[in-house]
Ligand binder design. Structure first.
Ligand code: 13P
Ligand code: SF4
Length: 375
């Protein structure tokens, strides 16, 4: 029998929110625990309200790794998160438990990427590694990739006894690495690497910046590489790099007593001025634990800050910027797309399935397992 045709997206885009929510809820109740909808904290409220779990990159990875009953995951986040969920949910032991049945991981918009993850590709990192090998002993280097990276880069780390980290586990990953080897190559986010290494008292002079666009040693001298402890990749998040030390000064002057909390993807000069630096989950925990009347300026993606403001009216919450700071790719996920993917799934014609090539998944899993073990 020929497969039924996919439902088209266009008709969903002309439906009203109420109708879309009702239809999504209908699929959720028909599928019950077989469907798991995961939502990153940066998602729009209308999407996050329909998620079974909201979380940071680390928490959502753990949930995908531990899901036993679910038979499909809809990941309301960005591409690298869906890839990670696919690798963890379909790792060999889980596949064996399900008699070989794969759990499809669906990204409601295939275009929802991460500009930071796009700043390092595996060819560039391979080239960096072989250039480093001419100057230092790469057997003494642990590659660490931030989870905001392609599956190929996670596999690169898996093959070389490296590790994946999230913003919540970067310190644990660096501690783990330095117990084993003398140096780290950290990619693709320079700021997370620098902020974390600084908190471990590693001097800036021992953190050269590797610019993949520069011809020789990423723009470094051989001496700088030989003296290094953490080699930082020249990548950054364009959302978090918008927060400046000027913003910190402005909010401190305008709101006496205000506390500044920022994500570690912010620049070092901003992190150094902040009262607290932490992952999205840490930011949420800090706000939840603060007494009424606390004043905050938060340096992270705006959807999360706006949600915290609405959920904590007993506190005074500001975005640490006078401009808007939205992750445009996260925002591609909306109700029409969510409804489109869950109805296609229920109809047996899944769309937006993210499936990592098996050999890449095998090696990426090595590095992801270490991430889940070290925290
Ligand atoms: P978390 O790891 O804190 O969830 O952050 C993910 C991310 O993409 C931040 O920009
Ligand atoms: Fe990527 Fe930045 Fe968006 Fe996070 S906020 S998903 S790092 S572009």
């Amino acid at each position: 029998m020929p497969a039924p045709p996919n439902l088209e997206l266009a008709p969903f885009e002309s439906l009203e929110s109420g109708a879309l929510v009702e239809r999504i809820q209908r699929v959720r109740s028909e599928m019950g625990p077989r469907l798991l909808i995961l939502g990153h904290h940066y998602q729009q409220d209308e999407v996050i309200d329909l998620a079974d779990m909201r979380g940071d990159s680390y928490g959502l990875s753990e949930r995908a790794a531990s899901s036993e009953q679910c038979r499909a995951i809809v990941f309301c986040g960005v591409h690298f998160m869906a890839e990670t969920a696919d690798i963890l949910a379909n790792r060999p032991e889980r596949l064996a438990e399900r008699g070989g049945l794969r759990v499809p991981v669906i990204l409601p918009d295939i275009e929802a990427g991460c500009s930071l993850a796009d700043m390092a590709d595996v060819e560039q990192v391979e080239k960096c590694w072989s250039e480093l090998a001419k100057v230092i002993d790469v057997d003494d280097v642990t590659p660490i990739t931030y989870v905001n990276s392609t599956a190929e880069l996670k596999a690169f780390c898996g093959r070389r006894d490296g590790i994946v980290c999230t913003s919540a586990s970067a310190r644990a990953a660096l501690d783990w690495a330095f117990q084993r080897r003398g140096r780290v190559l950290f990619f693709p986010d320079q700021h997370l690497g620098r902020n974390t290494a600084r908190a471990m008292d590693i001097p800036l002079e021992q953190m050269p910046l590797w610019d993949p666009r520069k011809q020789k040693l990423g723009g470094n001298t051989p001496e700088a590489i030989r003296d290094s402890r953490v080699i930082l990749w020249r990548g950054f998040c364009c959302v978090h790099q918008q927060f400046t030390s000027y913003d910190v000064a402005h909010f401190r002057a305008k709101y006496p007593g205000i506390k500044i909390i920022v994500h570690p993807e912010c620049m070092m000069e901003v992190a150094d001025l902040a009262d607290v630096v932490g992952s999205t989950s840490k930011i949420i925990r800090e706000i939840e634990q603060s007494p009424p009347g606390t004043r905050w300026a938060i340096g992270t993606e705006q959807h999360l800050v706006d949600r915290l403001r609405r959920e904590h009216t007993e506190q005074e919450i500001h975005l640490l910027s006078t401009k808007s700071c939205v992750c445009s790719t996260m925002s591609l996920i909306n109700l029409p797309r969510l409804c489109w993917v869950v109805e296609n799934l229920a109809a047996g014609t899944p769309v937006g399935v993210i499936e990592v090539e098996p050999e890449t998944a095998r090696w990426a899993l090595e590095a992801l397992r270490r991430m889940l073990e070290v925290k």
